[in-house]
Write a protein that binds this ligand. Structure first.
Ligand SMILES: [Zn+2]
Length: 73
């Protein structure tokens, strides 16, 4: 066995390969699948979380001073 005969295991299809062009993926197709999965999941997850948090924060900030003002008046 030579050190140049390195094998990689594709995390998408689990196939062992020696082509390191798209390592650790066996081909561009598997690399694209992983990238698309990661990007889509991360993007939608972050967008929904930030959106709800922002709306609640803004609503709280708008409500707090208003109620305080009415009570002191
Ligand atoms: Zn693959």
């Amino acid at each position: 066995m030579q050190s140049t005969d390195k094998t990689y295991k594709c995390p998408i299809c689990g196939k062992e390969h020696t082509d390191n062009t798209y390592r650790p993926f066996c081909s561009k197709r598997c690399a694209d699948i992983d990238l698309g999965k990661w990007f889509n999941g991360d993007y939608s997850f972050e967008a929904v979380e930030l959106d709800e948090q922002d709306i609640e924060d803004i609503a709280a900030l708008h409500n707090a001073p208003d109620q305080n003002n009415q009570e002191t008046k």
